[in-house]
Ligand binder design. Structure first.
Ligand SMILES: Cc1cc2nc3c(=O)[nH]c(=O)nc-3n(C[C@H](O)[C@H](O)[C@H](O)COP(=O)(O)OP(=O)(O)OC[C@H]3O[C@@H](n4cnc5c(N)ncnc54)[C@H](O)[C@@H]3O)c2cc1C
Ligand SMILES: NC(=O)c1ccc[n+]([C@@H]2O[C@H](COP(=O)([O-])OP(=O)(O)OC[C@H]3O[C@@H](n4cnc5c(N)ncnc54)[C@H](OP(=O)(O)O)[C@@H]3O)[C@@H](O)[C@H]2O)c1
Length: 612
């Protein structure tokens, strides 16, 4: 049990921020590899689960993947409470994570209701100093597992004191019981946002029989493309987890293999890729009923693709993340619902409704905004963010922009940020190796916006090696890992392998490549993902269909087999999921034993060795 010594300061080997999928797995893995580690997990909530904690589960909430694909690889999920369509409900996930924390004896290590407000480097040596609820915590190593959906993004419309209720979707679970209470007279809801949380809220409100005015801003990415629930009779996301699908999503991680070269650099391979995506898009449009009179009032949800070439009219090129509709009655519920979809934004609310930017008024009883998420690294100063390679958020400005920008001389005698050259070389490489991406839509709103953003805020890109380790840690003391920032559909599996890689890295098992190689890896990933996934790829480390080759990289570093199915054909065509990585921590422990790593490493430096 971590304890306070030296007054109010708490000394730890490892501080973990976040008790969600990633933080819990990071703790249990570290304790398996180094059982004497003194660690604490800090979480602002009062229960485990993060986005899936008890207070955030509302009726109808289900994961976007089918049963068997949303559990840690070595810990199956019990079937009880499973809804129809072979899904995983929010309640099941919540119970599963609570049980995982219990079974792994993690609850005694979790400090609930603990907000980490500040983190800086420890000036008295290596490691970190955290401010947790105003208390000082010193930790030799730091794992950030804050997730991406705790802090909210407030859209900035005016809410006067006498306004109708206005709630971010993060508070939906707490608010839902009041919706059905007739005494509250909550009939007409205005919903803002065009991505997955908004779709889920629209479905929930229509299921409750509410009238909904759904507002999607005009100048953004537009409504999210929604994959059909099933493809060739199987859950679409499951179908998307095979190596075949990874190859149909041109990626810098697969392009050097013979199969990748076929798909990405031959005319036939590119034709097959486009045909597959055309088929998926047709299925998606069919499921939504777009173009039919029955779906006339949901037609506005047709994703925007601002390119007139027929070959580019595909969900492949959408400028927003992709969602999967798991509830079979999703579209029929919306079509039957009392729902109006408008492209506009909210200007202000008042005591009887909402005024839109266009000047129109909507009489309403309640506003729900699903406008995304805020700064999950607000505990780092802008300067430290820049040093670590974490993008600035909103209007953050550096006290001295030049202070931490490394400079180097480029041919011609001018000085430049070294990333400028790296990014340019990476862009050229992507254009050469992935011609399909190079020939992407030209008049894409999001891409134009992204390009402008890139020029304005170059330093804001993610600069994390393997999406986890800051470059600044390279010659340092292996003291920080940032987990869970990669966007995929397979959170629990990625959590397990990232946690294992991070534990091995923090313990010193894994050395990073040379600095130029680390920079190249980072620049190439960024160049690829912002071409592949347009503005979401520009904003986040995005790898929706590419997580298997991403995990291959981590598995290789750990000395573990990347081929997780028996036989070449099975490995190419069968879905990848948690079952493929069953026992992976034990496999790695065997590697450590064989290579005698344990005796070389020992464990994380003991708390008492940290000087006062
Ligand atoms: C409604 C919803 C549905 C989703 N469905 C899917 C899905 O189907 N598939 C999928 O792959 N992903 C899904 N996601 C994405 C989701 O982010 C992941 O499923 C998963 O929760 C990520 O786990 P995590 O541990 O990274 O973060 P989280 O679950 O968000 O946990 C992070 C924890 O860190 C804590 N924290 C953050 N900052 C601080 C701080 N400064 N101080 C103290 N504590 C802090 C938070 O309180 C939180 O408990 C969904 C997200 C939402 C909101
Ligand atoms: N059931 C599920 O599985 C489930 C449910 C919910 C969420 N999730 C996951 O959680 C993550 C976050 O999804 P999310 O939908 O909550 O957030 P998100 O993907 O960040 O989407 C935010 C939405 O709000 C809009 N928006 C942002 N700022 C705005 C503003 N100022 N005014 C008006 N609109 C604004 C965005 O429009 P622009 O695109 O134009 O910027 C976008 O449509 C995703 O990974 C998602 O898959 C999963």
């Amino acid at each position: 049990m971590p304890h306070a010594i030296a007054g109010e300061t708490l000394f730890l080997d490892v501080a973990i921020i976040g008790a969600g999928w990633y933080g819990l797995k990071a703790a249990s893995t570290l304790l398996k590899l180094a059982p004497n580690t003194t660690l604490a997990i800090f979480d602002k909530y009062d229960s485990v689960g993060g986005a899936w904690c008890r207070d955030r589960i509302y009726p109808n909430l289900v994961a976007q993947v089918e049963f068997g694909y949303f559990n840690y690889p070595s810990t199956p999920m019990p079937q009880d409470g499973k809804p129809g369509n072979n899904l995983v409900s929010g309640d099941m996930i919540c119970r599963y994570l609570e049980q995982f924390a219990e079974d792994n004896d993690l609850k005694r290590l979790i400090r609930f209701n603990s907000w980490v407000s500040n983190i800086e480097r420890n000036r008295r040596g290596c490691g970190w100093v955290l401010t947790v609820n105003s208390r000082r915590v010193e930790a030799a190593k730091l794992i950030c597992a804050t997730g991406v959906t705790t802090q909210t993004n407030a859209p900035g419309f005016t809410v006067p004191e006498d306004s109708i209720p206005v709630k971010h979707v993060v508070d939906l679970a707490k608010a839902v019981p009041s919706f059905s209470d007739a005494a509250n007279k909550l009939d007409h809801f205005v919903l803002l946002g065009g991505a997955k949380s908004a779709y889920d809220a629209a479905y929930l409100l229509c299921s409750l029989g509410k009238k909904v005015t759904w507002v999607i801003r005009e100048d953004g990415s537009g409504p999210m493309p929604i994959m059909p629930a099933k493809m060739l009779g199987r859950n679409t996301i499951t179908m998307g987890t095979s190596r075949l699908m990874s190859n149909l999503s041109p990626s810098i991680m697969t392009t050097d293999s013979p199969i990748g070269a076929f798909f990405h650099r031959t005319w036939l391979g590119r034709w097959l890729t486009k045909a597959a995506w055309g088929y998926i898009s047709t299925l998606a449009d069919k499921a939504a009923g777009f173009g039919t009179t029955a779906a006339a009032h949901t037609e506005a949800l047709r994703p925007e693709i601002k390119d007139n070439r027929p070959s580019h009219r595909s969900a492949f090129w959408c400028d927003s993340s992709l969602g999967l509709i798991t509830m079979e009655d999703f579209w029929s519920t919306l079509r039957k619902g009392d729902i109006i979809i408008v492209r506009d934004n909210i200007d202000t609310t008042d005591s009887t409704g909402v005024k839109l930017r266009s000047g129109k008024r909507v009489d309403a009883d309640y506003v729900i905004y699903a406008t995304g998420w805020g700064d999950h690294f607000s505990f780092f100063s802008p300067e430290l963010k820049e040093e670590l390679g974490i993008p600035q958020y909103g209007d953050s400005t550096l006290k001295n922009t030049n202070k931490t920008l490394a400079k180097e001389t480029v041919p011609g005698g001018t000085t430049a940020d070294p990333w400028v050259l790296q990014d340019k070389a990476a862009d050229e490489l992507i254009a050469k190796k992935l011609p399909l991406l190079a020939a992407g839509p030209k008049d894409f709103n999001g891409w134009q916006r992204s390009a402008a953003r890139q020029r304005a805020v170059k330093v804001r890109r993610w600069r994390l090696y393997n999406r986890m380790v800051p470059l600044a840690d390279n010659s340092d003391d292996h003291s920080i890992a940032i987990l869970g920032q990669i966007h995929t559909t397979q959170t629990p599996t990625i959590a397990e392998i990232q946690a294992l890689w991070a534990a091995a890295y923090l313990l010193g098992d894994i050395s990073l490549p040379s600095k130029p190689d680390v920079m190249r890896e980072i620049a190439e990933w960024n160049a690829w993902t912002r071409k592949r996934y347009a503005s979401v790829g520009e904003r986040y480390p995005y790898a929706l269909f590419d997580w298997v080759p991403y995990l291959d990289r981590l598995m290789r570093d750990l000395g573990l087999s990347t081929k997780r199915h028996n036989g070449v054909l099975a490995d190419f065509f069968l879905p990848y999921g948690p079952h493929c990585y069953h026992g992976v921590v034990a496999e790695y422990m065997a590697v450590r034993k064989r290579e005698n790593l344990g005796s070389r490493l020992g464990e994380v430096s003991s708390a008492s060795s940290i000087p006062e």
